[in-house]
Design a protein around this ligand. Structure first.
Ligand code: SAM
Length: 519
């Protein structure tokens, strides 16, 4: 696994007292789970102070932050006896809870290759996550999310974070006195919102090293921290002490599905949520519409011009021009575009997180059918998404639509190397086929066709077809380019070619800082 190598995880405890010397003050102690033993050492000194065998050690809660660790004696008499014990004083209830979770898992797991697998410890066993995702991708992914700056980027997307905050606090009834699981908690911000809304207890599950920062952040908010336990590990692997009434998560990547975290959200539902429990967000929709954007098309095509040089330091580069040209068109473009570039009303594909199966997300095949509202060149398919928080009190949408306030997801456009020409009223058909791959993303296969048009046109016949294969993992972040601009009253949507001549201004100074999406 990526994070804690060697299967070791430290818990800092305030003190331990051996029963024999009970009462004597001791310096801070580190508790460490090893494959066969639980070892306590002083923080300042690496020598073992006390060691308990995994096979016969027991842990009991004495109080909110106090526990008793005992070794069961190996005599065969019917009466239980204990040969040794220590009391453990944790720094707070939350750390005590995390330790107990890890202890239970450690006791339960079968040792694999000399290593054992409690929560928060390295796992050498293959989980559902490991089966699907290649190790190098997961390593980079969790490294990315382990850094505060990337969590900050998401937190600074105020459209995103503000919508979550409103959705949670407007729907207090869904949280008050409920058990909540935060799936991929990151900094722990959504767990803190859930606790503010009155949650009985929140389990914040986070696989990256961000879990350690989340603990720190949560401890610094003492009015809420008593009710939040951070658990470091993948939702596919960790064990929780109780079922959840509601899941909260922010699993959306570019085009909703990038990063393949929706699958983890669904696995968490099946593992942790009570039947008919709530999910925040509840459903997601991918919206798609054809667009026309001459500037964008020329910009991409021009990138390959470099390879048309016949005398580059006396070398002919043209043999690679075709490959480079295709390569540039295989990158989906991520930016905020003006909705007037759309040539037809959008269609949408709905994913219901409460009922979808994890396997449903391995492959999508979406038939496309639009009617062009204008005569133009269609350069490809524009996509965006929204999610619904289906609260009991308020139903709230978080949208990434063009023209809506910009989010760090922006929108995504698949540009075709060969545009198609359409007339007003002409039908555009096609297919968007998306197949998940092991690098936590998708291969997109897009086909758009213009149907026959006008009097005497053969019914259903195809006039032109254009196809492209794109990798969602390799987007072109086009953020230095012009951003969305306001529509004046006398301008109608789909006045496509005229609007492109307008002076374009950026209205999203802040948004342009939020370029980075992982993978
Ligand atoms: C998009 S971020 C959201 C973070 C936080 N919930 C927020 O809204 O600011 C997704 C987080 O989920 C974590 N994550 C992704 N897949 C996970 C998995 N399978 N198990 C646990 N955590 C996961 C990532 O490390 C990352 O911190």
């Amino acid at each position: 696994m990526d994070n804690n190598k060697l299967g070791e995880q430290d818990f800092l405890v305030a003190s331990i007292s051996q029963l024999s010397i009970s009462g004597s003050a001791s310096p801070p102690v580190v508790a460490r789970f090893r494959s066969d033993s639980l070892v306590f050492t002083y923080e300042s000194d690496s020598d073992d102070v006390v060691q308990f065998d995994r096979s016969n050690c027991q842990l009991y809660k004495l109080g909110p932050a106090q526990s008793l660790c005992m070794t069961e004696a190996s005599d065969t008499s019917k009466e239980k006896s204990y040969s040794r014990g220590i009391t453990i004083e944790f720094r707070n209830e939350e750390e005590s809870r995390a330790f107990h979770c890890a202890f239970e898992q450690w006791k339960k797991e079968v040792a694999i290759q000399g290593s054992c697998l409690p929560n928060e410890m390295a796992s050498s066993s293959a989980s559902k996550f490991d089966d699907k995702i290649e190790e190098s991708s997961a390593k980079m992914y969790f490294h990315y999310y382990g850094q505060l700056l990337h969590q900050q980027n998401m937190m600074q997307d105020y459209v995103r974070t503000g919508t979550y905050y409103a959705a949670v606090l407007e729907n207090r009834t869904d949280f008050t006195d409920r058990v909540v699981v935060d799936v991929g908690a990151g900094s722990g911000i959504l767990s803190l919102f859930a606790a503010q809304a009155g949650a009985k207890h929140v389990y914040a599950v986070e696989a990256s090293d961000m879990a350690d920062y989340a603990r720190k952040l949560i401890s610094g908010n003492p009015s809420l921290s008593e009710r939040i336990t951070v658990i470091k590990g993948k939702v596919e692997e960790v064990e929780l002490p109780e079922k959840a009434d509601i899941l909260i998560s922010e699993p959306m990547g570019t085009l909703l599905i990038n990063e393949r975290m929706l699958e983890s959200y669904i696995i968490a539902r099946d593992r942790f949520l009570v039947p008919k429990g709530k999910m925040f967000p509840t459903i997601g929709r991918i919206h798609m519409a054809p667009f026309s954007d001459e500037y964008l098309y020329i910009e991409i095509a021009n990138k390959a011009l470099f390879w048309q040089q016949q005398n580059y330091y006396s070398v002919n580069l043209t043999p690679l021009h075709g490959t480079a040209f295709q390569g540039y068109f295989s990158q989906p473009v991520v930016d905020a575009f003006d909705p007037r570039l759309l040539v037809a009303p959008a269609i949408s594909h709905v994913i219901d997180f409460t009922s979808a199966k994890e396997e449903d997300l391995y492959e999508f095949d979406i038939p496309l059918r639009f009617v062009s509202s204008t005569g133009t060149r269609v350069h490809g398919l524009a996509c965006w998404f929204d999610v619904l928080f289906g609260g009991s009190t308020v139903q709230r949408w978080l949208t990434t639509a063009p023209g809506a306030p910009v989010t760090h997801w922006y929108q995504l456009r698949c540009v075709l190397a060969q545009p198609i020409y359409v007339m007003p009223g002409q039908e555009i058909t096609g297919r968007l086929h998306m197949v998940a791959h092991k690098a936590q993303s998708y291969t997109l296969n897009l086909t758009l066709s213009a149907k026959m048009w006008g009097p005497g046109a053969e019914q259903g016949g195809i006039l032109q077809t254009s196809s492209g294969k794109l990798d969602l993992k390799e987007p072109y972040y086009r953020m230095s380019q012009p951003q969305a601009y306001p529509m004046s009253q006398d301008q109608q949507p789909n006045q496509l070619l005229q609007t492109q001549d307008l002076q374009i201004q950026s209205h999203d100074e802040e948004g342009s800082d939020l370029l980075q999406q992982p993978v």
